[in-house]
Design a protein around this ligand. Structure first.
Ligand code: GLN
Length: 549
């Protein structure tokens, strides 16, 4: 049986619990301790798949096709390890299980209650990943903030486990905020004291406090926090603001978060942390030798979290290229034939993002046309690939009003169509084509050069697909299906011949990009954008070229 660490948050949301949990996991992993992380979310949706990205940011899809919280993306990017459905549990899923069991008669006439039935189900799931000797440590991040009504059953479950498990097998890390009051020129510990008091009222006592702060915590402050919150002074960990989330594991290493964790869990058999690859990545990230500007066209561009994995993939791919990737938002709703050149001026690459629904579609198609005609590197993901197909259908093949049936059911040329097995599905939650599927790549294609193999597996989340009735027509005109799922015939990759870099994928390569394994498509897209930038800037101003070196 593994040991268990629970990470809770207090005072306010957005303190970065997910990053702290992932950083601690990274440090433990770097010391040779097999660690995984899971997220328990107190909301009632069964999974975040039906949540608007404005509500909850991106929906992260795992290999096994679970639609999960975006924190799982951080876990994978940090640990370079896959998570699964078991790593993300919501109140909705807990209740669904308990209610289904009640309907089956599993409770034998008993009144089904939050305590013990809901808490028992929470505990069962909290312990699940620790059962089969795959991990030495399971870290559970509890979503929300202590004191939230909906979070109470989760805190109660932690209380029970703290009591049930051997003392050295269970640890609670509480993340809080130490605000700095400018007027008083002082760091204030009271909100943290209150937060710990609230935890104590619920019967849970934190072992370690990770304190988010804008100012360094001196020993005096640390002592005060320790004394009033009843933890050892060495268990008060400073978590200063970082320039990048990838710096946080090293900051936590300096603060000895891993050492105190291991001590409390009575783990004595561990190595010196091996973070060589991580540090190489960080160095490249911090000291880039060149810079490119990529335009991101999407529907939720005001919201950073909506395209989290894409933005992180650019960070990984940028570091690999020793190049700073500046991602700028492009509002497709305001693009038309007249202003497209001006709107895309200054870009070295164009990424059309995944999405649903018809808003801003025509602007996207115009932007794709510009990229195709002007040799601007283009990368379309899911909906972005579908836009490239529609654009090519309309403007190269002359299929007037070609469209996806998602946006126009009566289009005369449904070049993007709903998948057959999707047609009979009525429910929305968890019913798309989800998770990892294999794809076979055509030899000699751009995709095969990028992946350096002909067999890959990538993750999906879509209902519509390239309509194979049109395939021959497209291929004859120069847009080829360079990646296909052999079993179903679904087109996975399209690319243009006679263009420096024009590729669209039906899947989501951003979901598998990690610090130690950047997604090849992103890496090559950045490389292509670098080349474009060199040409663009030397053409505009030959003197500027020197700046790039
Ligand atoms: N709306 C499109 C589909 O369902 C694209 C989905 C996506 O971009 N994830 O096929």
């Amino acid at each position: 049986m593994a040991k268990f660490i629970f990470v809770t948050g207090g005072v306010t949301s957005s303190l970065g619990k997910g990053i702290i949990a992932a950083s601690l996991a990274k440090l433990l992993q770097a010391r040779g301790i097999r660690t995984t992380i899971q997220k328990f979310d107190p909301y009632i949706n069964v999974d975040p798949g039906t949540l608007n990205p404005y509500e909850h940011g991106e929906c992260f899809v795992t290999e096994d096709g679970a639609e999960t919280d975006l924190d799982l993306g951080h876990y994978e990017r940090f640990l370079n390890d896959f998570t699964s459905q078991a790593n993300n549990v919501t109140t909705g899923r807990i209740y669904q299980t308990v209610i289904n069991k009640e309907r089956e008669g599993a409770y034998l006439g008993k009144t089904v209650q939050v305590i013990p039935h809901i808490t028992d189900e929470i505990k069962r799931r909290m312990l699940l990943l620790g059962k089969d000797d795959k991990y030495d440590i399971v870290i559970t991040e509890i979503g929300g903030t202590v004191g939230d009504i909906e979070g109470l059953p989760f805190i109660e479950a932690v209380r029970q486990l703290q009591w049930e498990l051997p003392e050295e097998d269970c640890l609670v890390v509480h993340l809080t905020l130490i605000p700095y009051l400018k007027a008083a020129k002082e760091l204030k510990t009271k909100p943290t004291q209150h937060s710990v008091k609230l935890m104590s009222e619920n019967g849970v006592h934190p072992d370690i406090l990770v304190c988010r702060t804008e100012e360094p915590l001196n020993n005096e402050i640390k002592r005060k926090i320790a004394q009033f919150c009843n933890v050892k002074q060495e268990a008060v960990i400073e978590s200063a603001d970082a320039s990048t989330i990838y710096e946080v594991p090293l900051m936590m290493l300096r603060e000895k978060l891993d050492v105190i964790t291991l001590k409390k869990l009575n783990i004595t058999n561990y190595n010196e942390p091996d973070l060589t690859r991580w540090k190489v990545f960080l160095d490249k990230l911090k000291y880039p030798k060149s810079k490119v500007t990529i335009g991101l066209i999407g529907k939720y561009i005001e919201l950073q979290d909506a395209y989290k994995s894409i933005l992180e993939s650019f960070i990984h791919a940028g570091a690999m290229n020793e190049c700073k990737v500046q991602v700028v938002n492009v509002h497709s709703e305001f693009i038309n034939d007249e202003n497209v050149a001006e709107k895309l001026d200054g870009l070295d690459g164009l990424l059309v993002a995944p999405g649903f629904g018809h808003r801003g579609i025509e602007g996207k198609i115009i932007a794709v046309k510009y990229a195709r005609e002007n040799g601007l590197p283009f990368f379309g993901i899911c909906l972005g690939m579908q836009m490239a197909v529609i654009e090519f259908g309309r403007n190269v093949l002359g299929l007037a009003d070609a469209h996806s049936t998602e946006m126009n059911q009566r289009t005369p040329y449904p070049v993007i169509n709903m998948m057959e097995e999707q047609k009979k599905i009525k429910e929305m939650g968890g019913t798309m084509r989800l998770g990892a599927y294999p794809c076979e790549i055509k030899e000699g294609s751009l995709a095969s050069k990028i992946y350096e193999t002909t067999h890959i597996s990538e993750r999906h989340r879509h209902r519509y697909e390239f309509n194979n009735d049109f395939l021959e027509q497209f291929e004859n005109a120069g847009m080829i299906a360079s990646g296909v799922n052999r079993e179903t015939g679904l087109v996975e990759i399209i690319e243009l011949q006679n263009h420096p870099f024009f590729i669209g994928v039906q899947y989501h390569p951003e979901l598998k990009s990690t610090v130690e394994n950047p997604a090849p498509l992103f890496v090559h897209f950045v490389t292509a954008s670098k080349k474009y930038n060199e040409k663009r800037t030397s053409f505009k101003n030959p003197l500027m070229q020197s700046e790039l070196i």
